[in-house]
Design a protein around this ligand. Structure first.
Ligand code: SF4
Ligand code: SF4
Length: 195
């Protein structure tokens, strides 16, 4: 009995071990060839943030800092400032204020999404972009210019006057005419992905 057990251990067990390897050779390969091939994320994946625009190019952010207060990691820094329609003034968003300084520190951010839930104007949403690695700390603090959505056809680079209505209410309620062809849909346009 002891001799037959020894034979099994010597000859059969090693072959059985290779059997697992052999079977696996014919199974579907699940290895992802990142970064040469990038797999799409789930649609609601929380990636890099984006600061959205209205269809005329004005910024949706009103500099209220609610996102910064909601952030459990203290990763957001906002400084608001006043818009002005005076001849020597500048307007970046509908209404009274805009976000003059806006930073997200991706060394702190845990991509939880609480900030986008807190935002009252849907200015802040999250894209599916997940490549947020870098080799120095400074480049992982994203400035407003890094986070702003690109200008789509029909949009103008702020500062400029409100082009979709006479007051901010028109914007917030989506009570404006359809934007120029190619500029996207009305209300939440410019939101790449969100919530
Ligand atoms: S996703 Fe979470 S951790 Fe990152 S900035 Fe927003 S609230 Fe802060
Ligand atoms: S992103 Fe939204 S919550 Fe944050 S300051 Fe701008 S408007 Fe306020």
């Amino acid at each position: 009995m002891a001799e037959s057990k020894g034979m099994k251990e010597q000859f059969w067990d090693p072959v059985a071990g290779f059997g697992v390897t052999f079977r696996t050779m014919f199974r579907k390969v699940v290895t992802e060839q990142y970064p040469f091939e990038k797999m799409p994320t789930a649609p609601r994946f929380h990636g890099r943030h984006q600061l959205n625009r209205w269809p005329d190019g004005l910024e949706k952010c009103i500099g209220c800092e609610l996102c910064a207060w909601a952030c459990p990691a203290d990763a957001i820094y906002v400084e608001g400032d006043a818009n002005s329609d005076a001849p020597d003034g500048e307007r970046f968003s509908p209404g009274e204020r805009y976000g003059r300084v806006y930073q997200i520190n991706y060394l702190r951010c845990i991509l939880c999404g609480l900030c986008i839930e807190a935002c009252p104007t849907r200015a802040l949403t999250m894209t599916n972009e997940y490549e947020l690695a870098d080799n120095n700390r400074a480049d992982l603090i994203y400035e407003k210019s890094d986070l702003l959505a690109p200008l789509l056809p029909g949009m103008e680079q702020p500062p400029h006057a409100m082009l979709l209505g006479d007051d901010a209410e028109t914007y917030y309620r989506g009570e404006f005419a359809a934007p120029a062809p190619g500029a996207g849909s009305a209300a939440p346009s410019g939101d790449e992905v969100s919530s």
